[in-house]
Write a protein that binds this ligand. Structure first.
Ligand code: TXA
Ligand code: MG
Length: 354
């Protein structure tokens, strides 16, 4: 299969959305940008279409999918109940990077929910995602548009490299702004439960619904959370990734001296609170010299902003770029153990598991 790519920017690109809607109507697969990462979409109510998602990704059948809808008013198409906490959170954060786990309607195919009694739902905020939902009229089941256990895509070319030839269409809406996946909250229990930290922080969630149960997440090698499919080794680049505390420079220099090509994701020493520090990823070719390495140093150093949201926006793209450049090993400075870095630490911990 040849994967078609259509560039889209606004919902004015009607020809592209009509084409995408036709692909979905034929049980095909369409990759599209959301405000978090690119998703791989299919008609959520077609078990045959959903089966193709699992085949294209090489995803285990027991790992359920998130269903995307155009508006909170559509939640009744997929969910059998709408608890008060769900309403409060949706009111505050939809459209946006929050996924709610709800009791499922029995019409939702078991393939979507991994055979479970709940369904994960979100209303995305990206104009291209919303235009696709509206043009097609479907509820769209969409995991991240990567091969299972690999890094999530934040650009159309990441999707093409991972799934090119395996899917029908990619809507290229440019790089995604958020950079990591949505926060997932289970609202089927009396006290809401965090299943996956993400772009919406725990402070933001708890300001709306009070205390949320959450798994203990401490050391970088801690056991991953017990959400189905939250397997070890998710979100991993090709090159083995290692997190380091403050001995980054020494570790990197030692590896480089032994001939290993290293990608180093440094945390900017400057706190990026608006005025001071950069809000973008910076390539730092000078670092090799600082570390006393020979020329060329065999080092690809990138400095990421010392701000969780800005860091999240760049981390996957940086890891993709390092993989593409052919590094043997990736070293990442471990971010602070504070709550606002929870989602970033979660993704790095998973990327580091081998
Ligand atoms: O930002 C995002 O959430 C992106 C964009 C495309 O929306 N999607 C995404 O999907 O990250 P995926 O499939 O890569 O990750 C969804 C996670 C999986 O770990 C899955 O196990 C969990 O959500 N999940 C889905 N349905 C669930 C359910 N009913 N109960 C518990 N966990 C569920
Ligand atoms: Mg994923």
């Amino acid at each position: 299969m040849q994967s078609e790519v259509l560039r889209v920017s606004t919902d004015l690109d009607q020809a592209a959305f009509q084409r995408a809607a036709a692909v979905l109507a034929a049980d095909g697969l369409v990759a599209f940008p959301t405000e978090t990462v690119y998703g791989l979409g299919a008609n959520a109510f077609s078990a045959a279409a959903v089966a193709r998602i699992f085949a294209a990704k090489g995803r285990p059948a027991n790992n359920p999918l998130i269903v995307h809808i155009a508006d909170v008013a559509e939640v009744g198409r997929v969910a059998a109940d709408w608890p008060a906490n769900a309403a409060r959170l949706a009111e505050q954060f939809w459209p946006g990077p929050l996924t709610l786990v709800l009791p499922k309607r029995h019409e939702v195919p078991n393939a979507v929910t991994g055979g479970g009694a709940t369904v994960a739902v979100r209303v995305p905020a990206h104009p291209v995602a919303l235009a696709l939902l509206r043009a097609s009229g479907y509820a769209i089941a969409a995991p991240s548009a990567n091969r299972s256990s690999r890094l999530s895509p934040t650009q159309a070319d990441h999707v093409m490299r991972g799934l090119g030839g395996r899917i029908n269409l990619i809507l290229d809406g440019g790089p995604t702004a958020g950079g990591i996946e949505s926060t997932i909250i289970d609202v089927t229990t009396k006290r809401p439960r965090l299943l996956r930290p993400g772009l919406i922080t725990m402070a933001e969630i708890e300001a709306v619904v009070g205390n949320v149960d959450r798994p203990v997440m401490t050391a970088k090698i801690a056991t991953p959370m017990a959400a189905p499919g939250m397997l070890e080794g998710h979100y991993a680049p090709r090159a083995p990734l290692e997190c380091v505390n403050d001995e980054g420079m020494a570790r990197v220099a030692a590896l480089c001296r032994s001939g290993v090509r290293v990608g180093w994701v440094r945390l900017s020493p400057l706190e990026a609170n608006g005025s001071s520090g950069s809000m973008h990823a910076l390539t730092r070719p000078d670092i090799g010299h600082e570390a006393g390495l020979a020329d060329p140093p065999g080092l690809f150093a990138v400095e990421l902003p010392n701000d969780p949201a800005a860091y999240a926006a760049s981390i996957y793209a940086t890891l993709h770029e390092m993989d593409d450049s052919g590094v043997d090993r990736i070293i990442v400075d471990w971010p602070p153990e504070t709550d606002k870095w929870l989602a970033v630490r979660d993704r790095l911990r998973r990327a580091a598991v081998k």
